[in-house]
Ligand binder design. Sequence first.
Ligand SMILES: C[S@@+](CC[C@H](N)C(=O)[O-])C[C@H]1O[C@@H](n2cnc3c(N)ncnc32)[C@H](O)[C@@H]1O
Length: 240
Amino acid sequence: MKPNQKLDLPKKAQIQDMFDSISIEYDFLNRLMTFGNDVKWRKKIYTIAKSYNPKNILDIATGTADIALEMSKIEGSNIIGLDISEKMLEVGRRKVSKKNLSDKITLISGDAENIDFKNEEFDLVTIGFGVRNFQDLEKGLKESHRVLNQGGKLIVLETSVPENSIIKFFYFLFSKSFIPFMGSIFSKDKTAYQYLQKSAEKFPSGKKFVSVLKKCGFTNVMVKPQMLGATSIYIANKKD
Ligand SMILES: C[S@@+](CC[C@H](N)C(=O)[O-])C[C@H]1O[C@@H](n2cnc3c(N)ncnc32)[C@H](O)[C@@H]1O
């Protein structure tokens, strides 16, 4: 779904404008809306990633570079963070340079659906809260698959809808009110947080997303639900 159905602009351009407009408050609202759990999820991704000992890492939809910063803790790693929002990248670059990590992390403008790298350049691709914003989900995932080495890993962190119907009821009660409400108070782009809630509801999560990953060439897909299934970590292999 597009952030604004009434606008004629393609989804990608709307997403770029939306993240440009919320880049300054993004980190703060992320912490607030997940009660700080987003930090824990990224640390979990680091723990999973570290066990694969990757050297060349591509963090797609890197935004303000939080996952890229976690990945930089892996010894000998080199990280490229890629995003279509230049303003999110600007925030990320400031964080990277403040931590003196500019020699390990490079943040570049780019599109997940047309990645400007050759085949099989990376040992690991990470995507945090990015896939549901892709204009063409399968195109984006096939591009991730293309740039991974044989045996490389994909780790995706994304919102999901809990499967248990009682938890699902409370999840919707909370997400439909709290997220847009907080967005309307703290963000200058009110529609952005309505979109973030609605897109989370519509996104094919859990088993449906596993099927999409397999369709895009990934194997051995694992799902690790977080926070009662309101978010999930997916781990997948490239093996032809
Ligand atoms: C919710 S933010 C996630 C940022 C970061 N990964 C995190 O964990 O906080 C989503 C990011 O995806 C980026 N994005 C959306 N579609 C993209 C695409 N086709 N190519 C590259 N980046 C994209 C947006 O610009 C935005 O910065």
